[in-house]
Design a protein around this ligand. Structure first.
Ligand code: NAD
Length: 260
């Protein structure tokens, strides 16, 4: 049976998710793009993907902080293009505050998008992967799935939780041709970090650009951001046949951050 290679990449209209989608499409994978952008803008992006890479590309819009929306999204994808065999749970949000000041609704929102959404997409994708006898589940965790930083209680809880869920998924599916792994990036220059750059600049009385360098130096020996395209390359490798025995892992791509 020829293997269907069709990837859903959540949160793929910007940043890391968009880069992952490009790398998968360059390699000939059909892609389902996803995000909060309007259907019109998303459709334009999907057409650009098709024109640039020659793959089948569609866009689905869904706020995945609600399980019902995820159910509807997964049904829509199945009806529109067919089974997903590569699932990249990438969508994520951030909010920083000391624990005692952390707004409870922000906690709930971060847990819903960064952790629970991945549970729902995973449970709804496994049957199709099992039917194909092949699948790749790749969860974009973070260095904050491995270590902590102040003011990131919800983000660290969600990203640590994602690693735990991924390990269980890997154990359950290891004998079925399906792997599940986490990728744990360090600082990557995307819209997710804008508020942190601004806060650092204000707190340290520096420019926005100096703030970027300051944040890198504060955490990682490698003197630059992680490249989103490099994260995409790691996803591609995990999708390759050579990675069939890599499962249940959490791979840092963090400039040495977690080597401390
Ligand atoms: P980003 O803001 O560019 O991308 C986040 C994506 O998630 C966007 O496409 C956004 O539309 C989507 N999203 C957010 N809330 C959503 C919701 N409720 N419903 C549907 N989609 C939603 O940021 P990024 O840095 O590319 O983040 C991608 C992933 O990488 C996240 O999980 C993030 O935690 C993780 N990560 C980022 C860094 C970094 O330094 N940027 C480091 C480690 C891990």
């Amino acid at each position: 049976m020829s293997r269907i290679k069709r990837a859903l990449i959540t949160g793929s209209t910007s940043g890391i998710g968009l880069a992952i989608a490009h790398q998968l499409a360059v390699a000939g994978t059909d892609v389902v793009l996803h995000g909060l952008e309007s259907q019109e803008d998303g459709d334009k992006l999907a057409i650009a993907f098709h024109n640039q890479h020659g793959v089948e590309a569609i866009y689905v819009q869904a706020d995945i902080s609600h399980p019902d929306n995820i159910d509807a999204m997964m049904s829509q994808i199945k009806a529109q293009v067919g089974p997903i065999t590569i699932l990249v749970n990438n969508a994520g949000i951030q909010h920083t505050a000391p624990v005692e000041d952390f707004p409870p609704h922000k906690w709930d929102q971060i847990l819903a998008v960064n952790l629970s959404a991945a549970f729902h997409t995973t449970r709804l994708t496994i049957p199709a992967m099992q039917a194909q006898g092949w699948g790749r589940i790749i969860n974009i965790s973070s260095v904050h799935g491995l270590v902590a930083s102040v003011h990131k209680a919800a983000y660290c809880a969600a990203k640590h939780g994602l690693i735990g869920m991924t390990k269980v998924t890997a154990l359950e599916l290891a004998a079925k041709g399906i792997t599940a792994n986490c990728i744990c990036p360090g600082w990557t220059d995307t819209p997710l970090l804008v508020e942190q750059f601004k806060a650092y600049a204000q707190d340290n009385n520096t420019s926005y650009e100096e703030a970027k360098q300051g944040l890198i130096k504060a955490k990682a020996p490698y003197p630059d951001f992680v490249s989103p395209a490099d994260i995409g390359q790691l996803v591609l490798f995990l999708c390759s046949d050579a990675a069939k025995a890599i499962t249940g892992t959490s791979m840092p791509i963090d400039g040495g951050w977690t080597a401390h």
